[in-house]
Design a protein around this ligand. Sequence first.
Ligand SMILES: Cc1cc2nc3c(=O)[nH]c(=O)nc-3n(C[C@H](O)[C@H](O)[C@H](O)COP(=O)(O)OP(=O)(O)OC[C@H]3O[C@@H](n4cnc5c(N)ncnc54)[C@H](O)[C@@H]3O)c2cc1C
Length: 391
Amino acid sequence: MPEVLTGDIYRFEDMLSHHERDILLRVREFLRSQVVPIANEFWRREEFPVELVKGFADLGIAGLAYDEVPGLRPSSLLSGFLAMEMARADPSMATFFGVHTGLAMGSIAACGSTGQRERWLPPMSRMEQIGAFALTEPQGGSDVAGGLRTTARRVGDTWFLDGAKRWIGNATFADLVVVWARDVEDGHVKGFVVERGTPGFTATKIRNKMALRSVQNADIVLDGCRVPEDNRLQKARSFRDTAGILRRTRSGVAWQAVGVMLAAYEIALDYAKEREQFGGPIGRFQLVQDLLVRMLGNTTSCLGMVVRLAQLQDEGTYRDEHSALAKAYCTTRMREVVGWARELLAGNGIVLDYDIGRFVADAEALYSYEGTREINTLIVGRAITGLSAFV
Ligand SMILES: Cc1cc2nc3c(=O)[nH]c(=O)nc-3n(C[C@H](O)[C@H](O)[C@H](O)COP(=O)(O)OP(=O)(O)OC[C@H]3O[C@@H](n4cnc5c(N)ncnc54)[C@H](O)[C@@H]3O)c2cc1C
């Protein structure tokens, strides 16, 4: 992994402030020295490198986006660049970090009371407590808004959660899982912080994934799981509040997709300069340069898109369709880019040691999580026509 972003030829990185750029460079160095060398091996073994959590914590970036955490609140541009940088090194680690900071901490920041934010965000920002976010269900993926089946029943000051969740990242070891359930009383979706060890909660690791293999995704069963009223996120009143969290994290996935494209481009460019065929480097062939330039075009156009998205976020003017379009578009372009990079490496492109194979596989998960291309397309389609095509 090069120390500079060779794929950022318009130098979007220069838009960061000096202070933000220092943070980015520190994170880049950590990823280069600590994460990249072990990424393939943990991916192969389907294991999460627990020992890296302290390194991530020492970077001091988990709580950057939230008020309760002392320090300089960064721009959405920095948050985006950090997500991108992590995915450029290892999409599994980017996902682990995104689930913890974006989905779990983001839920508490957006939907928790002041007391709940003060209780959970500081230890989560220090990464002493790791979070997960449980929305998707075995029968409810794309239509989770209307089809959420997990129930919450209140008896006195205790809630009883019953149901099942699927695909929940970090859930096998998380200290806190934000579980979304439908209140049987008023029919609205509400959020609950389920702490590790709560009776009635079990998480079983999903094995044999072909993507993001270091991420510990789990099937969760909630069987009369008892949660105190104090752990109900007080400002989560309906699915609209849940959707607000996804709006922000979806833009994070678009940034991750750019990170994957940068990695693929950099791997392919290095290979094109080194690999020799017909008496010289393959990079001298016009058709090989065509692949590289197509990769660079996709990467650059998507980077420009997410940079503008970050500006809209900071202005407070971005809407669902902005992040949905970026997520759908950037992950689609990403799939092309990893395919072209794999093509350029030919046989070696399918060997894990050459890295690109991991990015090809991981791209498939990014393409589908946080709303598939179809669902994000329907969100944008509804916004631009005023007509809903959801059925
Ligand atoms: C690696 C990974 C990590 C994840 N992490 C988490 C997590 O931490 N927490 C969490 O809650 N969830 C998580 N998810 C779940 C993820 O968000 C869902 O997989 C995703 O929303 C799609 O749901 P589904 O897989 O059930 O697909 P389905 O909803 O069953 O979709 C199947 C196909 O039908 C299409 N389709 C569905 N409805 C329509 C329609 N109306 N019009 C056109 N096409 C349609 C879809 O686009 C898709 O192609 C994760 C998933 C993966 C793969």
